[in-house]
Design a protein around this ligand. Structure first.
Ligand code: KG4
Ligand code: ZN
Length: 497
C-alpha cells in the first residue's frame, strides 16, 4: 500500500508504552556492530518499515526515550504508526524492544435507529459514550422506516459527536483515528455516519477505519473482559441478526449459523407491539418485564426448526404462533393499551409474553448446544461463549445460556446491557483492534464532494458459512451480498505476505 500520511496524532508520543521482548540471536545479529547503532521500525498498514536510526540519540533503559535528535522529526516518522520496534546494539549487548503506541479512537454508529458516538483508548478506557435513540419514532411507526431514521440521524449526528468530545474533554487533534460502521445495516442510515466520519477525519487529517457492525457486537466483549482471547464462540442476537460465530482470530470468523427469516429481536418487538406494550423503551425490554408476571408454561408454542440438525434459526413461525394465540384469546390490543386494562386481561397477556420468551430462548439454547459441539470440533481450545447484541441484555436469556455453558464447561462472557445494544464504544474498540494491526485507510480528502459514492456494505457477512452448517431450509438471496469481512482480510494478508 505504502501510503504516506501527513502528520496526525502527535500526542501519541507522550503515551509510549513499552513491551520489552526477549533479545534474540537474530535481533542482535541484525543490529549494526557499532556501539551506538539503532534501527527504528514502524508498523504501518500491517507491515514493518525501516526508519533512520539517527532520529533516536539516547535510550535510557528505563523504557523511555530520553532525548531525540529532533523531537519533531521523530514525530513525523512515527505518525500513523501503531507500534515501533527498536533494534540496538549497545556496546555489544544488542537487543530489541517493541512499543505499542497508545491510540484514542472516536467511534461512530448509525447503522439502524441509534445515533451513537464514543471515544475509547487502546488501553480499554472509555472516555465518553453518547447514544441518541429514535424510540419515539419506533413506537409511532412500529419499526424502523429508513427515510425517517436517516432524517433523525442527520438531525443529531453533529451534536452526538460534539458531545462525545466534550465529555471526554478532548480536542479533535487529540484523536488518533476515526472508526465508523460501514455495514451491515440500512444504507441510508449508514451513509449519515460514514459521511460524518469522513468529513471529520478529512478535516483533522485522521486515518479512518470501516467497521463491521456485528464484529463490533462481538469484540466489545474483549474490551470488557480483557482476558478473553481468540478463539471463542459468539452468539450475536439483535433486531436484524441472529448469528452463531466462531471467532478464530481478529478478522477471521466462521459462520456456524444464521437466521433463515427473522431475528429474535424482531420477534420480541412484534410480540410486544401486538400485546399493546409501551414501546418507548423498546419492545424487548417491555416484553421481558411483562413476562415476569406470566406463566411460561401456560401456552405450548412449538420450538422452531427441531427437525433441522444445524445451528440456524427461524423466528417467523413463532411470530405466527403468537399472533394466533392473541387472536384466539380475543385480546384486542388495537384499542386496549396495557396501562388501561384489567387484571385478568393483563395476566392473559403476561402468559403469552412469558411463553413466547421461554420458547424463543429455548431455540437459542438448542442451537448453542450444537454450536459448542461444532466449535470444539474445529477449535478445541475455546473456553468462552460470548453473547452480545441488544437481546443479550435480557436477563432471562443470560440465565438460560449460563446453564448451557456450565453444562459444557465453558464460561459465559456477556457485556453489560448498555454495551450489548447499539453503541459507539463497540465501534471505537473494534477500530482500535484493527488499527493496532495497521488496518486503516488514510485520511479522506478534506474537500470530498457531496455526491461521493461511499463504500457502504448493507449486506455484509462476517465470515464464510461453515460447510456442514448450511441449512437445507435456507434459500437466502445472495444478490448484492458483499464479500465477507474474513475473505477481504485474508486476501489482503496474502497480498502483503
Ligand atoms: O443490537 P441492537 O441494539 O440493534 C440492532 O443491531 O438491531 O438490538 C436491538 C434489539 C431490538 O429488537 C430490541 O427489542 C432488542 O434488541 N432488545 C431486547 C432487550 N433489549 C433490547 N430484547 C429482549 N429483551 C431485552 N431486554
Ligand atoms: Zn446491533
Amino acid at each position: 500500500m505504502g501510503v504516506s500520511f501527513p502528520l496526525a496524532s502527535v500526542s501519541l508520543l507522550s503515551h509510549l508504552r513499552f513491551i520489552p521482548i526477549p533479545i534474540t540471536a537474530s535481533a542482535s545479529a541484525s543490529a549494526s556492530a557499532s556501539a551506538s547503532s539503532w534501527l527504528l521500525l514502524c508498523l504501518r498498514n500491517g507491515s514493518w518499515r525501516r526508519k533512520h536510526a539517527a532520529a533516536v540519540t539516547k535510550w535510557d533503559h528505563r523504557h523511555h526515550y530520553s532525548s531525540f535528535a529532533s523531537h519533531s522529526l521523530l514525530k513525523q516518522r512515527l505518525s500513523h504508526s501503531v507500534a515501533v520496534r527498536i533494534r540496538y546494539d549497545n556496546g555489544g549487548s544488542g537487543g530489541e524492544e517493541e512499543a505499542v503506541l497508545m491510540s484514542t479512537v472516536l467511534g461512530i454508529e448509525t447503522s439502524c435507529d441509534d445515533t451513537a458516538a464514543a471515544i475509547v483508548c487502546s488501553d480499554g478506557r472509555i472516555l465518553s459514550e453518547v447514544v441518541s435513540s429514535q424510540t419515539d419514532l419506533l413506537s409511532r411507526y412500529g419499526g424502523v422506516a429508513p427515510k425517517m431514521a436517516e432524517e433523525a440521524h442527520l438531525q443529531v449526528i453533529d451534536q452526538v459527536v460534539q458531545q462525545a468530545l466534550e465529555n471526554a474533554n478532548l480536542k479533535e487533534t487529540d484523536l488518533s483515528a476515526v472508526a465508523v460502521t460501514i455495514g451491515p445495516g440500512l444504507s441510508l442510515c449508514l451513509r449519515v455516519g460514514v459521511q460524518k466520519a469522513r468529513r471529520f477525519a478529512g478535516k483533522f487529517r485522521l486515518p479512518i477505519i470501516g467497521v463491521h457492525h456485528m464484529e463490533a457486537h462481538a469484540l466489545v466483549a474483549r474490551l470488557v473482559h480483557k482476558e478473553l482471547e481468540f478463539p471463542f464462540l459468539a452468539l450475536l442476537i439483535s433486531g436484524g441478526h441472529n448469528l452463531l460465530i466462531l471467532a478464530r482470530d481478529l478478522g477471521d470468523y466462521v459462520q456456524l449459523g444464521t437466521t433463515i427469516d427473522d431475528a429474535i429481536g424482531e420477534a420480541f418487538d412484534k410480540t410486544a407491539r401486538w400485546l399493546g406494550l409501551d414501546m418507548r423503551r423498546g419492545g424487548g425490554p417491555a416484553l421481558e418485564e411483562l413476562a415476569r408476571e406470566g406463566d411460561p408454561h401456560s401456552i405450548k408454542f412449538s420450538v422452531p426448526m427441531k427437525q433441522h440438525k444445524d445451528c440456524n434459526f427461524s423466528y417467523a413461525g413463532l411470530k405466527t404462533q403468537v399472533r394466533m394465540a392473541i387472536e384466539s384469546r380475543n385480546i384486542n390490543t388495537e384499542k386496549n393499551v396495557i396501562s388501561s386494562i384489567d387484571c385478568e386481561d393483563r395476566k392473559a397477556r403476561a402468559d403469552i409474553a412469558a411463553s413466547f420468551q421461554r420458547v424463543a430462548v429455548l431455540h437459542l439454547e438448542e442451537r448453542c448446544e450444537r454450536a459448542i459441539e461444532w466449535a470444539l470440533g474445529i477449535e478445541p481450545s475455546i473456553t468462552s461463549l460470548v453473547i452480545s447484541g441488544g437481546v443479550a441484555s435480557n436477563q432471562y436469556v443470560r440465565l438460560r445460556l449460563d446453564d448451557v455453558v456450565e453444562r459444557n464447561d465453558l464460561q459465559l462472557v456477556c457485556p453489560p446491557p448498555r454495551l450489548c445494544t447499539d453503541n459507539g464504544v463497540m465501534v471505537a474498540w473494534t477500530g482500535i483492534e484493527h488499527f493496532r494491526l495497521g488496518r486503516f485507510d488514510p485520511p479522506p480528502p478534506e474537500d470530498e464532494q457531496e455526491d461521493t459514492v461511499f463504500d457502504l456494505r448493507p449486506r455484509w457477512p462476517l465470515g464464510e458459512e461453515y460447510a456442514e452448517g448450511r441449512s437445507k431450509a435456507r434459500s437466502l438471496k445472495r444478490a448484492r451480498v458483499h464479500p465477507s469481512l474474513t475473505s477481504i482480510i485474508q486476501a489482503s494478508v496474502k497480498l502483503h505476505r
